[in-house]
Design a protein around this ligand. Structure first.
Ligand SMILES: NC(=O)C1=CN([C@@H]2O[C@H](COP(=O)(O)OP(=O)(O)OC[C@H]3O[C@@H](n4cnc5c(N)ncnc54)[C@H](OP(=O)(O)O)[C@@H]3O)[C@@H](O)[C@H]2O)C=CC1
Ligand SMILES: O=C(O)C1=N[C@H](C(=O)O)C[C@H](O)C1
Length: 244
């Protein structure tokens, strides 16, 4: 396959380029400041038209991904999005692109996280009276908080509880915890690849469910799996579990 990568110089994008090369794919590494073996991300439309790749993988920033999605839709290139931190307009722009091309967006391309999602939902359903608290930890270069994965897990917890919970970001001051609260705790330190922990507590017992990425290669492998699986699919919105 021929695969273009937006954000190829980044922490995750560079791992995706390495993973694609290891699998013998033809790689178009895109950067705003291209070296000799890269293509200019600012000329994305021209590059995609000229090279006609099988997929574009995007791990950049939301404002750029939204622009790239419009170009992918215009040029008919399937899109895999790993970028997190979209607002409602950003999600709407991705949905617009998905009318023309397959768009697979996942807040986390580690397979274990999608197993964790199922386990968390089962735990929350099995222990309906227990308090739920979520903690995520990432490297000190991460822009968005809470992480995209944390937001996905919170949606899953609300689905399992069949109610909207009061997402309480950190705590300060004097007040008791309300039963409908779900505490959301964010830590940024060092080069932590990504940790997510859901804690369930009640009845004099505590259950903790944790995923820890030990290398960014786990995200890269998942994103490449997704690009391989997206080829030939009809236009529409996809999540990682749809192609696992
Ligand atoms: N879904 C998942 O599994 C994962 C998602 N992520 C998400 O991926 C995104 C990238 O994370 P990470 O690799 O740590 O970030 P980095 O900052 O390391 O890399 C981002 C890359 O995007 C490019 N970029 C930055 N700003 C712009 C812009 N305005 N326009 C175009 N390109 C831009 C830069 O490349 P250059 O300057 O060369 O153009 C940069 O190398 C984040 O949203 C993160 O949350 C991260 C890991 C896993
Ligand atoms: O920025 C990161 O590094 C990561 N971002 C994703 C997120 O926001 O959930 C996935 C992973 O945790 C790494």
């Amino acid at each position: 396959m021929k695969v273009a990568v937006a954000g190829a110089t980044g922490r995750t994008g560079s791992e995706i380029v390495a993973e694609l090369r290891e699998r013998d794919h033809d790689v178009l590494a895109l950067s705003r400041d291209p070296t000799d073996d890269q293509r200019d991300l600012d000329d994305l439309a021209a590059v995609l038209t000229e090279t006609d790749p099988d997929a574009l993988i995007d791990f950049t920033v939301p404002e750029a991904t939204v622009e790239h999605a419009a170009v992918a839709a215009e040029t008919g290139v399937p899109l895999v999005v790993g970028t997190t931190g979209f607002d409602d307009d950003g999600f709407a722009a991705l949905a617009d692109a998905a009318r023309e091309i397959p768009v697979l967006r996942a807040s986390n391309f580690a397979r274990g996280v999608h197993a964790l999602r199922d386990i968390v939902q089962a735990g929350v359903e099995a222990l309906p009276e227990y308090d739920v608290e979520l903690t995520e930890t990432h490297h000190n270069g991460k822009r968005d908080a809470p992480s995209g994965t944390a937001l996905t897990l919170l949606d899953d917890i609300e689905d399992a509880r069949e109610t909207e919970l009061d997402r309480t970001h950190g705590r300060e001051g004097e007040h008791e915890r309300a039963p409908e609260e779900v505490g959301v705790h964010v830590r940024r330190a060092g080069n932590v690849r990504g940790e997510h922990e859901v804690l369930l507590a009640g009845n004099d017992e505590v259950v903790t469910l944790t995923h820890r990425a030990e290398s960014r290669r786990v995200f890269a492998a998942g994103a490449v799996d997704a690009a391989e699986a997206l080829a030939g699919r009809p236009a529409g919105e996809y999540d990682f579990p749809d192609v696992l």
